[in-house]
Write a protein that binds this ligand. Structure first.
Ligand code: ZN
Length: 683
């Protein structure tokens, strides 16, 4: 508690923030963000910025939570499909022990397949859900398995290697068997046709719905999340839950998780955090969902701790009916530098509101900036590894959210890694028109990007007011696009303001141009890469960016403020007059705020339909081809850093060291060796 207070006091000193920023720029040593690329996947590495500023106790706390985060990996593999552990262990045995020719196409394809299995935590694509097929022959696989020491093969008790192969090979090679991990097709039985392992073989959707509907009580205002932490199976003709808990399903892994959580509680930062950890271990020991809700409430209340974590059966995207949760973990700590910056912005919120180009009657008389929380990920585990969200908002329970709120955070070192990795991809050379902008983006691209996000979150969404009597939902389907546009325009308008330099948020009056160029480039050109050919723009953040950039292009053409230029069949954005572009942004901000404040549905509809929905098919095609040629992986995941506990002669931990040199296969094999307590078959 005291520590947090000291840090907040430090955050108030603007020159400190400024100096810290300059120091950060100067100290940056080259860090290799790109690790590996195969199939449609890219493996990146992230940096745990600010680690050295943590106290020794905080480091020990994170170390223990990390261990707890890594021990759940096998659970997720088994949840995704009952054969995933058998297949992973067989492939790993070949990868490490095979003595045959490793230069053949078959062997190389096996390596890619194993890397994909690691990446997707099983044999189904992590995003598309479909089973991906091996690129090697069945005969090669058979021969490779038979060439190994039979004790290395994860056969069932008493099963021969041949019988094992007969059981496992259709699972890998037959495209019709376990074809989709999660099947959402409403014309089929979504349980029978999903390959995940949340339900015993042969259980139908009707049976599942019947089982859980019977548990619900419509008078209960605080319902527990029924079925969240169990597999539903049929025994002697009766449906019954196998609960994930100590002594239940996945017990060997959960026991290790509990052990490390109990170790972690010794270093808890305060009583509230200690209570969070204790409630979680109680829940793991009993499997009682009421305990899970108690834990979630305590977790939401813990806003003081610097270190925080998620560990458990959390999200239910992996179950077509949204009942069962996959195991995931994330250990993190507050990004104190970024939090200091958002604090500076929030504290000046009234100044920004008073000086905006919006008409006075639409401004807030008293504005309170929102303090956005940003965190640094220390380790990713379970369903957050290797692919991870860049933000989290938990808990999921509706009544807890309503009564106690939720924690919403963005993970800055992960977004930073995405940015830096993309910088090495040739993206800027392909899509940025001129050397002047390329230089600015290199120098200030990430800094202004983060600043834009902060201004958007802390000021943009907090600014402006509705006129009395205006319905907040008056803009209906256009509401969220207009709201995002308002927040982005507020950020874009002020990122070019001298106030940024005065507050020490930027130190070069030209830095904002990096953000202006990137924003225009993304809104008009590069974001089209995420749209399928022939489709409209649907998502409201994408619509907002299209709206702003195309409106500015349209209105800036006359005076040659900005233009689209075609060179060698490639379209580029060329910005000729940045100060005038800022004035256009101010004009649009005033208009968007007016529409919002007055609830002018017709004007909102006109703006969105004219600028934010349709895609020029020729330009779209051109962008897709240019992306293709760059060979940027559509899906990305991360390797974790390695944490090492340094001990003295008596076995006491004296330091926690962090390193970033582990390769993708090294890490996966290490996790499979050191954090793999589950048996191959859990049924
Ligand atoms: Zn927003």
């Amino acid at each position: 508690m005291k520590k947090t207070m000291v840090m907040i006091a430090a955050a108030l000193c603007l020159s400190c923030v400024n100096q810290k920023n300059e120091k950060r720029e100067a100290e940056q040593t080259p860090f290799d963000y790109n690790v590996e690329r195969f199939a449609d996947l890219g493996v990146l590495r992230y940096q745990v910025t600010g680690w050295d500023n943590l106290s020794f106790d905080q480091k020990k706390l994170i170390y223990c939570l990390n261990e707890a985060a890594l021990y759940g990996r096998d659970i997720l593999f088994d949840q995704n499909n009952r054969y995933n552990l058998a297949i992973r262990r067989t492939l790993e045995a070949i990868y490490t022990q095979y003595k045959g020719d490793k230069t053949t196409d078959d062997y190389k394809a096996l390596v890619v397949y194993l890397k994909r299995v690691w990446f997707s935590d099983g044999i189904h694509h992590h995003y598309g859900q479909e089973k991906f097929l091996p690129g090697f022959s069945e005969s090669f696989f058979k021969e490779a398995v038979q060439s190994l020491d039979p004790t290395l093969i994860p056969t069932r008790k008493g099963q021969s290697v041949d019988d094992f192969l007969t059981e496992i090979m259709p699972v890998m090679f037959d495209p019709t068997l376990y074809a989709k991990k999660v099947n959402q097709d409403s014309n089929t039985d979504v349980i029978l046709n999903s390959a995940n392992n949340y339900y015993g073989e042969g259980i139908t959707q009707k049976e599942v719905e019947g089982f859980y509907n019977a548990m619900k009580n419509s008078n209960d205002t605080q319902p527990v999340p029924f079925g969240l932490n169990s597999r539903l199976v049929k025994k002697n003709g009766h449906l019954t839950e196998e609960v994930y808990k100590v002594g239940g399903l996945y017990s060997p892994a959960i026991e290790r998780i509990v052990y490390w959580l109990e170790e972690a509680s010794k270093y808890a930062e305060n009583e509230q955090q200690k209570q969070v950890i204790n409630l979680l271990t109680d829940y793991y020991k009993t499997g009682a969902l009421k305990k899970y809700d108690d834990y979630s409430i305590a977790w939401v209340k813990d806003t003081e701790s610097v270190v925080d974590f998620v560990n458990g059966f959390t999200e239910s995207y992996g179950d077509a009916l949204g009942i069962k949760a996959s195991w995931e973990a994330l250990v993190n700590f507050k990004d104190l530098e970024a939090t200091a910056l958002t604090k500076v912005i929030s504290e000046n919120a009234q100044w920004f509101e008073d000086h905006s180009p919006v008409a006075p009657q639409f401004k807030k008389k008293e504005v309170k900036g929102i303090s956005a929380k940003t965190i640094i990920a220390a380790i990713l585990g379970g369903d957050c590894y290797p692919t991870t969200p860049i933000g989290i908002n938990l808990p999921n329970s509706n009544w807890i959210r309503k009564e106690y709120g939720s924690k919403s955070v963005t993970i800055t070192n992960i977004t930073d890694a995405y940015d830096k990795a993309a910088a090495g991809s040739g993206f800027n050379d392909e899509f940025v028109c001129c050397d002047y902008e390329k230089e600015l983006i290199k120098k200030y691209g990430t800094q202004t990007d983060n600043l834009h996000t902060d201004l958007h979150e802390c000021l943009g969404h907090a600014s402006g007011q509705l006129l009395p009597g205006v319905d907040p939902d008056a803009l209906k389907v256009y509401g969220s696009t207009m709201e995002e546009a308002r927040a982005d325009l507020f950020a874009l308008y002020y990122i070019a303001d001298a106030k940024m330099l005065e507050l020490g948020l930027l130190n070069d009056p030209e830095a904002y141009k990096a953000e202006y160029y990137k924003y225009m480039n993304n809104g008009i050109l590069t974001q089209l890469s995420r749209i399928e050919p022939g489709k409209d723009i649907e998502e409201s953040h994408m619509r907002n960016r299209a709206l702003i950039t195309r409106w500015v292009l349209d209105h800036g053409r006359k005076e040659n403020v900005i233009e689209l230029r075609k060179t060698n069949d490639k379209t580029y954005i060329v910005i000729n007059d940045y100060p005038k572009m800022r004035m256009l942004i101010g004009d649009l901000l005033a208009e968007v705020q007016r529409i919002k404040s007055e609830g002018d549905f017709n004007a909102a509809q006109k703006l969105v339909e004219q600028y934010a929905v349709k895609v020029d098919p020729d330009l779209h095609q051109e962008i897709l081809e240019r992306y293709n040629r760059l060979n940027i992986a559509p899906y990305k995941g991360f390797v974790n850093p390695v944490y090492e506990a340094v001990k003295d002669a008596n076995g006491n931990i004296i330091d926690i060291k962090i390193s970033y040199t582990e390769a993708y296969d090294e890490q996966m094999l290490r996790y499979s060796r050191d954090y793999s307590p589950l048996p191959t078959y859990n049924d």
